[in-house]
Ligand binder design. Sequence first.
Ligand code: UDX
Length: 459
Amino acid sequence: MEERKGRRIIMFPVPFPGHFNPMIQLAGIFHHRGFSVTILHTSHNFPDPSRHPHFTFRAISHKKEGEGEDPLSRSETSGLDLVSFIRVLKQKYAEPFRETLAAEVGGGETVCCLVSDAIWGRNTEDAAKEVGLRRVVLRTGGAASFRAFAAFPLLRDKGYFSALDSRLDDPVIELSPLKVKDLPIIETNDPDELYRIITDMVEGVKSSSGVIWNTFQDLERDQIMDLSSNFHVPFFPIGPFHKHNNDLPPKTKNKEDNGITNWLDKQEPKSVVYASFGSLADIEEKDFLEIAWGLRNSKQSFLWVVRPGLVRGTEGLESLPCGFMDNIGHKGKIVKWANQLEVLAHPAVGVFWTHCGWNSTVESICEGVPMICTPCFTDQRVNARYITDVWRVGKVLERNIMDKGDIEQVVRSAIIDGGDGMRDRCLGFKEMAEKCLGKNGSSSNYLDKLVRHVFTHQT
Ligand code: UDX
């Protein structure tokens, strides 16, 4: 570690897989460029440090107060109000984070900067200021969705958040090509708190010393330019993170991973529908059954991730009619979790039926796999609009009208005829991503700039 002295970065991820995974990938990129990395982590979803031997992990514990269940002690968030969850997370960790950061920085070794997830908002700003540390923000979502988050005050003033149901298909003229139904909101008992979390995130980005994006210029050039002309802080779109050289050890395969690979190996090229809705979204049991029948009736092979908590109020698989899987035989496989990067890179996968989380979106594009889009909440709605209407690498299947007949038809058309050229267009973006990461590509150049930025701003 001696040669990394004075090249230390402290990172503070938000403890959801869709946020933690890109932060760890970024840590691997920094490590590859000669930095040492310390990761401050909440006790919720605490990672296994033995899987990341290059990094130092420091647990921050929060004080448990009052009676009743502590929402942060739950390992899965199914059925929870995510907005309340994030509010509690931010509140409970503000002070412990400040204390831990001060102890880390006071330890003697020079620290170059703090990289904190944008969701922490301005909580991390004062703590970093107090110890004289520059704060760079990681935004794990795309630039297009961030534009919509940044427009929240305007959207509220113009009344876009009221009477939503009556004008879902109306255009949002200030944010073309979005429609009202694409606005990045989420079902919650506390819409005012959602507004506070989003505006705090945007303010925290504005006051940062730079923003790292898991996106690439050829995908979101206009959105990046538009944002950077309004934000006046340096932007570093260095994505896709997972395709950079990094020092992350290869994932160890378990029995289920091997079972998936063996099954995919037996399928024809581009014949499989991979269906997965990320780590947070949940669906009603009736929709789950429509999906099951739609996949079955399409007569296409499918690999479907049904993680515990996906189906509201049940374990999921117990809802399937008796003998459903026997009937499908080797045509379908249902698993609790998959190594998604590996699945998407497998030649047998022809289409990804996704909730359009940003990581899933980027991962699919990077493998040239077109998408069927069923967005559930927040940025997923914006991502889906861009996937279908701007990049034209996906088709939409709306969540509130899940119908087995529609599913059958969309799945068949996506697999059988490549979805009207969407597969070819997606392969085009895959090539662009490779170019951005290559020598003198935009992501490589921005990474060089980021490394210089982190050094220049050492205190
Ligand atoms: C959340 C939000 O929902 C999303 O909208 C936001 O952009 C990021 O935070 P999540 O819903 O989990 O993320 O979706 P996504 O961004 O796609 O991230 C899921 C991650 O888990 C991906 O990196 C994916 O590769 C991984 N994953 C998912 C698996 O490895 N296996 C699985 O079976 C499912």
